[in-house]
Design a protein around this ligand. Structure first.
Ligand SMILES: Cc1cc2nc3c(=O)[nH]c(=O)nc-3n(C[C@H](O)[C@H](O)[C@H](O)COP(=O)(O)OP(=O)(O)OC[C@H]3O[C@@H](n4cnc5c(N)ncnc54)[C@H](O)[C@@H]3O)c2cc1C
Length: 389
């Protein structure tokens, strides 16, 4: 069985506690054992390996940094290490766990009623229920505030109408958190699978995140009770605060994907020979690429760890997290492309994991705030001037 050796050029391990290393070891072993032998086959076939939900739940990966309701109460650094190791296997696994924990469990935990928390959090933590997060619409991606989905008051409840696009886990979800305009601003509603007028169908033909379900949700006059609305948040800050949680995990996850690509390229370059039987790693141009890769990965690891420590002290805000997501996904994509090149023609084959990671990272670059949008978030923070419009 393949054992991922990890990537640690600068003794960053010395900054981790034994508990943190134990969490990383547990997830790394799980991915080596349960994911790596099958991932290329799953990626070819498309579709989500649902049988992994139960073991991931049992090991505490779902909502790992939340308190109560059976959650593992891990630190943000421990949670980040989970994301790093899962995405080292495949971005789809990290995406599933991010959506479940950060985009569905977190808002219910932070803004839900006691009844909503009791009903959903234990089931979501145990993987007995799957959740999805419906914010993006066909015409509103980077600008979700313009959403057209509407919830209109009707008697004691609401009627929801609209369409959500590109929704991870949409068609397998038991509960969808749907963000909609109301007379009272944007509000979140928990809509259950099977509600009359609520349908989901999958987006086919993706070259990226093939091991993840991505769906279009259609809401045609879906009637929900007033108790299905999250009482604790109003306005765009509701969904944006969830995205900050998920983007934090993506920052770690992207570093994991980059580590996988670097490790593969390094091993390949040391054994692949050209020109008089010399390994391609013996050439200066190849070494330069490997050095650039390990340098950027090391910087990404330090950034993730520092933002994680800040978050554990309650000091990380959304702009810090934007820097983490923006930098780490960009360098991961650059590392994947460089690694692909080092493998030559083999780099385009799914005998090796690199092209899969590279394709996945194209989605990761776009979702949860595109690279451009994170540039503008950080730009606004440092200049005080908004440049979105
Ligand atoms: C695989 C996958 C899974 C996803 N899962 C979910 C999910 O679970 N839930 C959910 O709600 N959404 C999800 N999304 C949607 C994702 O969040 C959006 O795709 C993303 O927000 C970008 O929106 P868009 O695709 O409409 O691009 P657009 O907003 O149309 O942007 C197109 C381009 O224009 C640029 N651009 C836009 N506005 C500006 C500006 N002001 N300044 C500079 N450049 C700008 C963008 O950076 C981008 O390069 C998912 C997407 C993918 C690909």
């Amino acid at each position: 069985m393949f054992h991922f050796p990890g990537v640690d050029f600068l003794e960053i391990d010395s900054l981790l506690s034994d508990d943190e290393k134990l969490v990383r070891r547990t997830v790394r072993d799980f991915v080596d054992r349960e994911v790596m032998p099958h991932i290329e086959e799953w990626n070819r076939a498309g579709g989500f390996p649902r049988h992994l939900v139960a073991p991931m739940a049992e090991m505490g990966f779902l909502g790992a940094n939340l308190q109560g309701y059976g959650c593992a109460c891990m630190s943000n650094v421990q949670n980040g290490l989970i994301m790093q190791e899962l995405e080292r296997g495949d971005s789809s696994l990290r995406s599933f766990v991010s959506v479940q924990g950060s985009l569905v469990m977190y808002p219910i935990h932070a803004y839900g009623s006691d009844e909503q928390k009791k009903r959903w959090l234990p089931a979501l933590q145990q993987g007995k229920a799957i959740g999805c997060f419906g914010l993006t619409e066909p015409d509103f991606g980077s600008n979700p505030g313009g959403m057209r989905t509407r919830a209109v008051k009707d008697g004691g409840g609401f009627i929801l109408s609209g369409e959500k696009a590109w929704i991870t886990s949409g068609s397998i979800a038991d509960v969808a958190l749907i963000w909609a305009q109301t007379d009272d601003g944007i509000r979140g509603f928990l809509v259950e699978k099977g509600a009359p007028g609520f349908t989901a169908h999958d987006i086919k033909g993706k070259w990226s995140l093939r091991t993840s379900i991505t769906s279009i949700l259609s809401l045609q006059e879906v009637r929900v009770t007033a108790a299905s609305m999250l009482p604790g948040v109003r306005g765009l800050k509701g969904p944006l605060s969830c995205l900050t949680q998920a983007r934090y995990g993506i920052g770690w996850g992207a570093a994991g994907a980059a580590m996988a690509c670097y490790n593969e390229a390094l091993e390949y370059a040391k054994t692949r020979t050209q020109f008089d039987g010399k390994p391609v790693a013996s050439h200066q141009l190849v070494q330069e690429r490997l050095v650039d890769m390990i340098t950027e990965i090391t910087k990404a690891q330090l950034l993730a760890l520092h933002v994680g420590r800040l978050k554990d002290r309650g000091r990380a805000d959304f702009a810090h997290v934007s820097m983490l997501k923006r930098n780490n996904v960009k360098i991961a994509l650059d590392v994947a492309r460089a690694a692909r090149d080092i493998l030559g023609a083999n780099g385009v084959s799914d005998e090796y994991p690199i092209f899969r990671h590279m394709c996945n990272l194209e989605s990761v670059f776009t979702y949860e705030g595109t690279h451009n949008i994170h540039t503008l978030i950080i730009g606004e923070r440092i200049t005080g001037i908004q440049a979105y419009r």
